[in-house]
Design a protein around this ligand. Structure first.
Ligand SMILES: *Cc1c(COP(=O)(O)O)cnc(C)c1O
Length: 371
């Protein structure tokens, strides 16, 4: 598997031969889909027998019940097989690896990605190796371990795990499925979120989509999905992409706020939103790629305090019945913030991607009377 251009060192992107795509099949899938592989016309796996799937995708899109200041919807990715959207990039990444003849896969993870890949490797009868920070919440580690993955606990932050996993994978010949831009196939799975939102809104493009960012491959993947819908003539415009980070780890949003052209890595990160605490050390160009998608979509960036993020976790749980982990609730909080600031207009449609379930993120019982 190749991970970067041998000439310039940049990350790779899957290019689909659009001339060979059967548009009528896409059209049919937009009318009725029961999982993301119904969109396989645009996914990079040739043989159906190589697809390792557990009916991921086809997650609900709900109109927000609470007042958000705009027409908000939540895309409930907690409903995926391992309770996070990471099942989308991983089902594509591991299926592509299988097609290329690999029997062992690996990923660096802040928890959800590893738990997910472990489950898919179990399903596909492959061996799985995961490098994660030793501070990862127990729920996510337990999930990965019960699925039979080999865990390497790394001191330091996500970037340290990323480096360890890269070294181990190169040395041992494992397919590295790390769903930053490192593995080029995984972002193709993220695209399916766009197809589903478009179909679920009655073939309309929302004005805004808010996405919590690690390195941001999901944000770029969703935007690519809409660009493809435009290419095939299903829609004429594109959504504006909102990148969301925590104040304690915001390399991409800081670059956006300062109107810079490049993202700089952070040396340290500290936030309750552990799933998006990616300082980007050693692969800051991944952050730059995300920054450029935000600029290109005429989008926006938001960074939130841990207090605001926790308030959003509680609001979603108590008013919408939706138990999101902090990183995920940040998407909802960002929409409310931008609507309050009148960046998002009251008649604008905005979709927040609720990326993962709260149950495995290490949240504690709050004190009685605590609001
Ligand atoms: C991985 C993850 C993200 C960020 O996705 P990227 O594609 O890495 O930017 C957001 N939320 C949750 C819960 C995650 O696990």
């Amino acid at each position: 598997m190749r991970y970067e251009c041998p000439v310039c060192g940049d990350s790779l992107e899957v290019v689909c031969d659009y001339g060979k795509v059967d548009r009528s099949r896409l059209d049919a899938a937009l009318n009725c889909f029961s999982g993301m592989w119904d969109f396989r016309e645009l996914l990079p796996v040739r043989e159906g027998r190589n697809i390792i799937s557990m009916k991921e995708g086809a997650t609900p899109l709900y109109p927000a019940k609470e007042k958000t200041g705009c027409r908000a919807y939540w895309k409930d990715e907690t409903r995926n097989p391992t309770l996070s959207f990471k099942d989308r990039p991983n089902t594509v990444g591991i299926s592509a690896a299988k097609e290329l003849g690999y029997q062992e896969v690996s990923t660096a993870s802040t928890g959800n990605g590893g738990a997910s890949l472990a489950a898919y490797a179990a399903k596909g009868g492959m061996r799985c190796h995961i490098s994660i920070p030793d501070s990862t919440p127990m729920g996510k580690m337990v999930q990965a371990q019960f699925h039979g993955a080999e865990l390497t606990l790394c001191t330091g932050d996500y970037s340290d795990s990323y480096r360890v996993n890269r070294e181990l994978s190169e040395k041992n010949g494992w397919a590295n499925i790390t769903s930053t831009y490192l593995n080029p196939y995984t972002m193709e799975g993220d695209k399916t979120i766009a197809y589903e939102i478009f179909a679920q809104l009655g073939r309309r493009v929302p004005d805004w989509i808010a996405v919590p960012l690690g390195a941001g491959a999901m944000l770029t993947g969703i935007y690519k999905g809409f660009r493809e819908l435009q290419l095939f003539g299903f829609c004429s415009r594109l959504p504006r992409m909102i990148g969301v980070q925590a104040e304690g780890c915001a390399p991409i949003i800081d670059a956006w706020l300062e109107k810079r052209d490049e993202v700089q890595a952070w040396q340290q990160c500290s936030t309750i939103a552990g799933a998006i605490a990616d300082p980007l050390k050693g692969y800051e160009k991944d952050g730059t790629r995300t920054l450029h998608t935000i600029y290109r979509s005429n989008g926006a960036g938001v960074k939130l305090s841990d207090e605001d993020i926790m308030a959003a976790v509680k609001r979603l749980a108590r008013r919408e019945g939706l138990f999101a982990e902090p990183a995920s609730a940040a998407a909802a909080a960002a929409i409310e913030r931008l609507a309050a600031d009148q960046v998002i207009g009251e008649n604008d449609t905005a979709v927040g991607i609720i990326t993962a379930h709260g149950l495995k993120s290490g949240l504690q019982i709050t004190k009685k009377g605590d609001k």
